[in-house]
Design a protein around this ligand. Structure first.
Ligand code: NCD
Ligand code: ZN
Length: 348
């Protein structure tokens, strides 16, 4: 008989875009209603480059939380060519900064402040290794002429593998992995190397981008891949590997910037993310592995306690809203207007 309910320690989202200002105030509650903590991405404009900026951003997030919420934003810094070893030391000393994010320049939304030449950040990586501060990586190659569907595999082979060899004690999270190549690399790497996986990459393949017409709400980076890669991701999470944990990459964009001749990359999943993961794990025949992925492997890697509160998922279909308010406008969630098979039971 199919499992009807599942109670797990309150999960965390190890890769989340909250934005800032009114848009942030509109979305943060969706995550805080389900997740205990989230690693908050620093790709604002201007980027969150310093500990002082991260502390100020954290204060704005805390202020925006619904009354009584105990949600904890875990802050990150944006690695730029200007980042110094001194800032790394300050970040490591801060109780609120949990990693530094590497965006190859131009690889994704608001990544133009990122790093074009990995050779130029050796001193910063050495300081991070020294201070034991995790490096979070957007793993896509920006070398010219590389097919967009190959960018992750090329990055893993040409940039990430050598980086991990050169800094063997550096803890690295390869964010939002999408390919069999990345799975193979991460699972074969030492325990210092881990990865997050999004709900969309577990549930959709690249056909979803062109289902009867172009589908801007399935457009994210890294782009959806072909079916065999999705199957490799499902097998990987079903294996229960402690190197893999939940990171939604929920990335809200105002609907007008998605419905455009050059639409923004990013999928908004916060209101339905945990139920979507339950669907994916159920498809993989691995509901028993959801607890590790959602609630235990991330805290172990980031050296934080597992939540003592719990959440319950119930197998009970519900309809997803067509859109949610987002600042002055709206944001369209993944599965808008559709049905999700699981719901998160509201806390007693
Ligand atoms: C993210 C965003 O919109 O900030 N977009 C996305 O497609 N995932 C950036 C990112 O994580 O790549
Ligand atoms: Zn992201």
């Amino acid at each position: 008989m199919a499992t009807a309910a599942l109670t797990i320690p309150r999960p965390d989202d190890w890769h989340l875009h909250l934005r800032d200002g009114a848009p942030m105030r509109a979305v943060v509650g969706h995550t805080a209603a389900v997740f205990g903590r989230a690693i908050v991405m620093p790709n604002l404009r201007p980027p969150v480059e310093t500990v002082a900026q991260a502390e100020a951003y954290r204060a704005r997030i805390l202020e925006a939380l619904p009354a009584g919420s105990r949600f904890e934003p875990l802050m990150t810094l944006y690695l730029t060519p200007r980042t110094t070893a001194e800032e790394v030391a300050r970040a490591a000393a801060s109780p609120h900064v949990h990693g530094i994010k590497l965006y190859p320049a131009g690889a994704t939304t608001n990544s133009d402040a990122g790093v074009a030449d990995l050779g130029g950040i050796e001193a910063v990586l050495a300081a991070m290794e020294e201070h034991d501060l995790p490096l979070l990586v957007h793993g896509e190659s920006i070398e010219p002429g590389i097919d967009v569907f190959d960018r992750e595999a090329v990055f893993v082979e040409r940039q990430l593998a050598p980086l991990c060899e050169r800094f063997p004690r550096l803890r690295v999270v390869l964010e939002h992995i999408t390919t069999a190549d990345a799975v193979e690399f991460v699972l074969g790497a030492p325990p210092t190397v881990a990865a997050t996986i999004t709900p969309q990459h577990l549930l959709l393949d690249r056909n979803a981008l062109f289902d009867g017409g172009i589908r801007p709400h399935h457009w994210c980076l890294p782009v959806l891949k072909r079916r065999r890669h999705r199957e490799a991701l499902l097998r990987a999470v079903a294996s229960g590997s402690p190197k893999l944990f939940l990171g939604t990459d929920s990335a809200p964009h105002e609907v007008g910037t998605k419905h455009a001749a050059c639409g923004c990359a990013g999928i908004f999943s916060a209101p339905l993310a945990l139920p979507l993961y339950a669907e994916a794990f159920e498809e993989a025949g691995a509901l028993h592995a959801l607890e590790g992925f959602a609630s235990r492997h991330g805290p172990a890697f980031y050296r934080l306690p597992v939540a003592t509160e719990t959440v319950t998922l119930r197998r009970e279909p519900w309809s997803v809203s067509a859109s949610y308010p987002f600042g002055e406008g709206h944001v369209v969630p993944l599965r808008a207007g559709g049905t999700v098979a699981w719901r998160v039971e509201s806390a007693p």
